[in-house]
Ligand binder design. Structure first.
Ligand SMILES: Cc1cc2nc3c(=O)[nH]c(=O)nc-3n(C[C@H](O)[C@H](O)[C@H](O)COP(=O)(O)OP(=O)(O)OC[C@H]3O[C@@H](n4cnc5c(N)ncnc54)[C@H](O)[C@@H]3O)c2cc1C
Length: 462
């Protein structure tokens, strides 16, 4: 009979080769990577089928009718954050650290949203002009994440005094986000797509989501909509507008350190003057390349499908062109982003709409919950962000955070950047926690308490 090569055999072999202790941390996954020896059957378990109640739709008179049905409540919590991008990550960590029960629902298998899954690695507008110098405005949970990345070799570049707008490694960022979220005690639900809201007397009481486990609900006292697209406030019928903007697909190029740019240019290839092969990342041989695209409807799945296919085809062709040019032979397409690059979509109609004009005047607000920065720190001062930009006009028990909050058409170009999204996420989480602790609606929170909590958690309010 063929003997299986076991973990014990592996360690015996390695200690014979003098490698034992050094490789002792090899994981089971690494050990099992090889195919099983001929004649062996990999271990499989027979378990009963999942007992999920099913309520299939019926085709009745040409219409698809879904029956009314009860939904299992998977979990009950104080604060439920939907969407684990920069805003949702900061919201969940803030609320959990404030001591309230917090859950986080994310449709994909990782956190970071456009930042990690969209491969948008450059954190813009972390700083702004102040008192004749430059001040860091993105502090608190977002900056803590960057500082943690700074301790990991290859985690981040430009996170240092006198520098701004750092660039992260996506995998290191996912890893640190996982650490911070789990250490804060957030209850995490990955691979769960929020599809609807639960309302009680017109106020949000939870979210309905789809997953491999079927359609279920999570109930909460306050929900933070950090989906980027405002999926939750839209489902609840909150007033909002749509702003469509340049849907792209980011990608990463490998072996850029082996490319001869001058030779490529001499061969007649047109390359951009600045960053000819893309922007630097913490991995010296890898760059990331941003892409714009048409400003079409990101809520239309036909359009999303078309753009995925078209962007990927054009990226592939461009990289083949680079590779077939003398000097570029070693380049390769490391990765196209797992997430299509949606820049803006739904924007909440909040109790306050912050304008570009106000931001450039640095208008101050009594309910400031964070400060936005400048795309280039030298350009202008920081701009206070009022709490009203997160609060729906009428809908209760919900706060928005990130790129879907209430700002005017011009300011969204600043607000949608990663640094302000981390900032407004942090604020939404803190406000949600205070609302739970004081048993009040988010619109009735004592803003001084929220501001104190934010300062205690390291945030900058000007
Ligand atoms: C192509 C492109 C280039 C960009 N370049 C830069 C740049 O260089 N620098 C910069 O600072 N910013 C840049 N941005 C902007 C920035 O990346 C995003 O605006 C920012 O990540 C928004 O953060 P967010 O948390 O609000 O939303 P997102 O990052 O979009 O995160 C939303 C999260 O919610 C999840 N989600 C969505 N719907 C659901 C649902 N129904 N149920 C469950 N989960 C859901 C998503 O999977 C995602 O994880 C760029 C954006 C794009 C698209």
């Amino acid at each position: 009979m063929t003997k299986r090569f076991t973990r014990r055999d592996l360690f015996a072999l390695m200690s014979a080769a003098g490698l034992g202790p050094a490789f002792a941390s090899l994981t089971i996954a690494q050990e099992n990577e090889g195919l099983p020896a001929v004649g062996t059957v990999p271990e499989r378990k027979l378990v009963p089928p999942m007992d999920i109640p099913r309520y299939p739709a019926s085709l009745v008179g040409g219409k698809v009718i879904q029956p009314e049905r009860p939904l299992p409540v998977l979990h009950e919590t104080d604060v439920l954050v939907v969407g684990g991008g920069p805003a949702g990550f900061a919201a969940a960590v803030s609320a959990a650290r404030a001591g309230v029960r917090t859950a986080l629902v994310e449709r994909y298998g990782y956190f970071g949203g456009q930042w990690t899954g969209g491969l948008v690695l450059l954190v813009i507008s972390t700083h702004a002009k102040a008192n004749g110098g430059i001040v860091k405005v993105m502090r608190g949970i977002g900056d803590e994440l960057l500082e943690r990345l700074n301790k990991i070799p290859g985690g981040v570049i430009n996170q240092a005094p006198g520098k701004w707008n750092p660039t992260v490694d996506p995998e290191a960022t996912k890893y640190v986000m996982d650490e911070m979220i789990t250490k804060a005690g957030v209850k995490v639900f990955l691979h769960c797509w929020a599809a609807d809201v639960v309302l009680e007397n017109g106020a949000v009481r939870g979210v309905v989501f789809e997953s491999k486990s079927g359609r279920q609900a999570i109930l909460a006292r306050v929900v933070v909509d950090a989906t980027g697209d405002g999926d939750i406030f839209a489902a609840a019928g909150a007033e909002h507008e749509m702003r469509l903007h340049a849907i792209g697909l980011v990608h990463r190029l490998g072996n850029v350190d082996r490319a001869d740019i001058e030779k490529m240019k001499a061969a007649g290839l047109k390359l951009p003057a600045s960053r000819p092969l893309g922007a630097a990342t913490p991995i010296p041989s890898v760059t990331w390349i941003n892409l714009r695209g048409p400003s079409t409807n990101c809520l239309d799945i036909a359009e999303l499908t078309r753009l995925e296919l078209e962007h990927r085809r054009s990226i592939w062709q461009r990289v083949q062109e680079l590779r077939s040019t003398p000097g570029g032979e070693q380049l390769y397409l490391l990765q196209t982003a797992p997430q299509l690059g949606v820049r803006t979509s739904r924007l909440l109609a909040g109790t306050y709409k912050l304008t570009f004009q106000e931001s450039r005047e640095g208008k101050k607000f009594p309910d400031t919950i964070g400060v936005g920065g400048a795309q280039n720190a030298n350009q202008h001062g920081g701009w206070p962000i009022p709490y009203g930009t997160l609060l729906p006009k009428k809908l209760d028990n919900l706060l928005a955070a990130g790129r879907c909050i209430c700002v005017d058409e011009k300011l969204i170009e600043d607000m949608r950047l990663i640094a302000p999204c981390l900032t407004t996420g942090h604020a939404a989480g803190a406000a949600a926690a205070v609302a739970v602790q004081d048993k009040c609606r988010p619109r009735d929170v004592d803003i001084a308490k929220v501001q104190k909590l934010l300062r205690d958690q390291g945030a900058y309010l000007g």
